[in-house]
Design a protein around this ligand. Structure first.
Ligand SMILES: [Ca+2]
Ligand SMILES: [Ca+2]
Length: 327
């Protein structure tokens, strides 16, 4: 007889516990007289479209989130068992910018409806990449000293603005700056000439809206070696005739391939009597300079001197010189 009695007691206890739980749950639900609170992550302005997330919280649980974008109908999002948040996509205009009004509120499981909140946001279009201009050096030119190439990017009027500028020197690591301008320095080593030759800077800018400029490049050349003029042959000429001076400008590669040449002729007293100038002559090649010796020149031994400046601006250490016999 004792066993059934104990069983009855246990059943009674279980019924009481379940009852308390049910009553508590009902009490919790019916005690919820507080409306949900919905927040958004909207900011004031967007480029090329916006996605706004609405998040609602509530004591008894969120049942619905409502929103209304501009003059459209009211959207209803049923929360169910998922996260009590939904997102709203706002498209960009084809050009220019557009202001939008987003109104939102939520309702909880106890039927409380939140007072609506309204946010305003602007969505603007920017589908044009910035443009970067390099200055401080001329593409393809030769330099004998360190070169600082200045890169400056600009975005279009009413664009989102330059966000980053990325530059890479030769095959180095790309350098990204969060600015509209930067300098890329090309060093020289005039002792070892190790950095002589072509150097290419690759660069591109990106705007805030994410438009990326196509890769741009500028190549500058370094030559730190001096040209070496040579005049291995003496010349002779009769007065009133054409003198032919043989010379050459040696220059170790890499170089521009040409040099500016000046040839000066001095008489036996050391007085300058003739100057010949050539803006561009090929280097490492046998060359001749010709001029007519005036009949008024005295016979005797003159000297001609060859000076050279290579395409990077390096000048000879010592002029080449030889005799010009005037007969
Ligand atoms: Ca832009
Ligand atoms: Ca040179």
């Amino acid at each position: 007889m004792r066993k059934p009695r104990r069983l009855l007691l246990m059943i009674a206890a279980a019924v009481i516990v379940l009852g308390i739980c049910a009553v508590s749950a009902y009490a919790a639900l019916s005690d919820d007289s507080t409306a949900p609170v919905t927040t958004s992550d909207a900011v004031s302005s967007y480029w090329n479209g916006a996605t706004v997330t609405l998040s609602a919280t509530d004591d008894s649980g969120v049942a619905y989130i409502y929103y209304k974008l501009d003059q459209s109908y009211v959207h209803l999002y049923r929360v169910g068992s998922g996260a009590s948040e939904t997102s709203v996509a706002v498209a960009a205009p084809a050009t220019g910018s557009a202001a939008h009004t987003l109104k939102f509120w939520a309702q909880d499981n106890a039927g409380n409806v939140e007072k609506s909140t309204t946010v305003t946001l602007t969505v603007a279009a920017d589908t044009t990449a910035p443009v970067t201009v390099a200055s401080g050096a001329t593409g393809g030119a030769w330099y004998k000293a360190a070169v600082a190439v200045h890169l400056a990017a600009t975005d279009e009027v009413d664009g989102s603005g330059v966000a980053t500028l990325t530059s890479t020197l030769d095959v180095g690591t790309p350098v990204v700056v969060a600015a509209a301008s930067t300098d890329v320095n090309i060093a020289v080593d005039a002792t070892t000439h190790a950095n002589d030759g072509a150097h290419t800077i690759t660069y591109q800018a990106a705007d805030v809206a994410g438009n990326v400029e196509s890769l741009q490049t500028i190549t500058v050349n370094i030559d730190t070696r001096r040209p070496v003029p040579k005049a291995p042959y003496a010349a002779s000429v009769y007065r009133g005739h054409t003198a032919t001076l043989k010379y050459k400008v040696a220059d170790v590669a890499p170089n521009s391939g040409t040099a500016a040449v000046v040839i000066k002729v001095k008489n036996s007293a050391g007085k300058l009597v003739k100057t010949l100038q050539y803006a561009s002559k090929p280097v490492n090649m046998a060359l001749t300079a010709k001029f007519t010796v005036p009949g008024t020149w005295k016979r005797g031994t003159y000297r001609f001197y060859v000076y050279a400046t290579d395409g990077a601006g390096n000048t000879q250490l010592k002029a080449a010189s030889n005799r010009l016999i005037v007969k």
